[in-house]
Write a protein that binds this ligand. Sequence first.
Ligand code: NAD
Length: 717
Amino acid sequence: MIFEGASLTVTLRESQLADVVFDAQGSVNKFDQSTLKELTSALDAMRNHADIKGAMFRSNKPTFIVGADITEFNQLFKLPKAEMLHWLSSTSDLFTQIEDLPFPTISVLNGFALGGGFELALSTDFRIADSTAKVGLPEVKLGLMPGFGGSVRLPRVIGADNSVEWMTTGREYRSDAAFAVGAVDAVTQPESLVDAATDMLKSAISGDLDWQSRRAQKLNPLPLSQNEAMMSAVTTKGMVFAQAGKHYPAPMVIVESVAKAAGAGRADALLIEQEGFWQLSTTSESAAQIGIFLADQRVKATAKGYAKGSSSSIKSAAVLGAGIMGGGIAYQSAVKGVPAVMKDIRQEALDLGMKEASSILLKGMKRGKVKPEKMAATLANITPTLQLDAVSDVDVVVEAVVENPAVKSAVLAETEAAISDNAILCSNTSTISIDHLAKAVKRPENFCGMHFFNPVHRMPLVEIIRGEKTSDETIAKVVAYSLQMGKTPIVVNDCPGFFVNRVLFPYFAGFSQLILDGADFVAVDKVMEKIFGWPMGPAFLLDVVGIDTADHAAHVMADGIPERLSLIENDPTQLLFKAQRLGQKNGKGFYNHGLDKRGKPMKTPAEEAYELIKPHCKPQQSFETDDIIARLMIPMINESVRCLEEGIVASPEEADMALLYGLGFPPFRGGVFRYIETLGIANFVELAAQYEHLGPMYVLTDTLKSMATNGQHYFNQ
Ligand code: NAD
């Protein structure tokens, strides 16, 4: 044994080959501080061992190394610049030490070799992967760039253009794709991986494989033509900027760093990388993206925890209503292997539901993502019916009929009578209180809300609403079913609009007031899309949600939370609704919707909408960007804070992920709570105070105000 640690060991095998094996105590290998410390000692021991002729780096787990330990970033990134750069350069130096070992080296890749894991692989002379391997440098997804030499070595191994693509997209590449560009030197079947690696290493030791020239390639500047190409990186920058957009600085810093480092030798190139990494580590975008990564893990772990409480899995489902939502839910269940009965009262609706499922599958087939067998199996998994008794044997029923409390109550009562005593009944209502609907059923313990988002097959979130009488077993089963459907479930407590719609409607109300005060809805949309970063501005979103749906929901919210969300007189949404401008669904809303010459959806601001609204608005005037953002976002944030304080949502992380996955909250801002932390809670409180005169939606809670005074935070600082 040359070195023995808790996460890695080095032994001398036959033919004087050093076998460096990563096998951490947890489920995966990662570069946390203790593993890096062990690697330092292991490398010292290897250098001092005269007998070693070659070394292989491998893993004893189903994956190689998944990268740095992201949970440590928060602490590290708060260090002063000099200390942070010291940590970074001394860690990066470990990879340089691997590259400089006085004998040939090979990385043996199985499962994931990502981020720091792949950077280690790049520092060895050769890389061999098995067919299960996936490699890549995904740091950009955390608003960062590689920091352990990856941005220096990858361009020298696979060329500048390829490496910029790898690093700015952060994609994972299967071993065959990695082999095609030279990122790995060979691909084998898993069972022959170590033997093939041993053979390659022996060939290097014997001189059959020229490891020295491999190494030299990584120590030198990029060859001249590539170097020149990178120096005139204007086109690359333009392309990357167009893809990433102005809200994401990391891709641009990557291109600039690779360009700057192209003409440099290794040592200088690494300094350029470290400066770029440090710069990005100080951005609010990277704090937000790292926050999302960690919150996502927490939300998924919470869901798994809930699902464990389920005594049996869901084997069959039914959906009531084959409309936009019911059709989508039946499809999603079927495609993930849980057969679904789809029940409606109209044959046309059933036909439309099946047509929609086919069209999603056909699109997938065209893109090569869905095989014909999968299409056939999915369609066979949906049973359209007009008969209620077809649902009698299923484990779970999701009601998705029209958003009308009386209709829903009647449908739930007759359905409960038709299903077995332990079957679960859920409602996909978007606003109606679950406790109110529960009054219609005899077994409220088996009833809860299961709120999907439109379009169901695309939106990752399912809000699961626990009513006062809902049992833990019901929640466990519905969470488990959501996971079976490939969704991210977040359990919330009951209130009008639950969490996501409860905080969305104050935002819409802020929009309505702003329009009445003379703002142009197109200008507001532009600010909220281009500057704030929402996928669509409020007017466009209202058109997509449906003006009728939004109007209806506004009434439900006004009934439920009259103290803040009472109806606004001459609300523009209501004016459009009265004129039957229902939004995208009938082609007429704030915008007129149609198709362009290529058949793609197109919208133009509707003169008719202006005419309807104008008589009720103050004369049109322009508002400052910050003013527009504040007037829309303060009500949303305020309501989110209230939901957290009232226990509607359990944690700021879940709230942030719900808005990200349910509404497309801009990822570079990380969610409402991350956003106010970025602004500074005290600054936010001060800002909101300037808008209090606009009404109770803008008046913050005492708890939040005292958090600002006491310097408290939502996240560990
Ligand atoms: P929709 O009008 O497209 O579909 C409703 C369907 O229910 C129709 O096909 C109708 O024929 C059918 N139906 C009516 N009574 C029925 C009964 N007794 N039995 C079976 N089917 C019956 O409506 P939608 O947009 O799919 O909304 C359905 C539910 O989902 C509503 O509660 C809505 O609030 C909620 N929701 C909608 C969205 C959205 O964006 N559309 C998002 C989340 C939740």
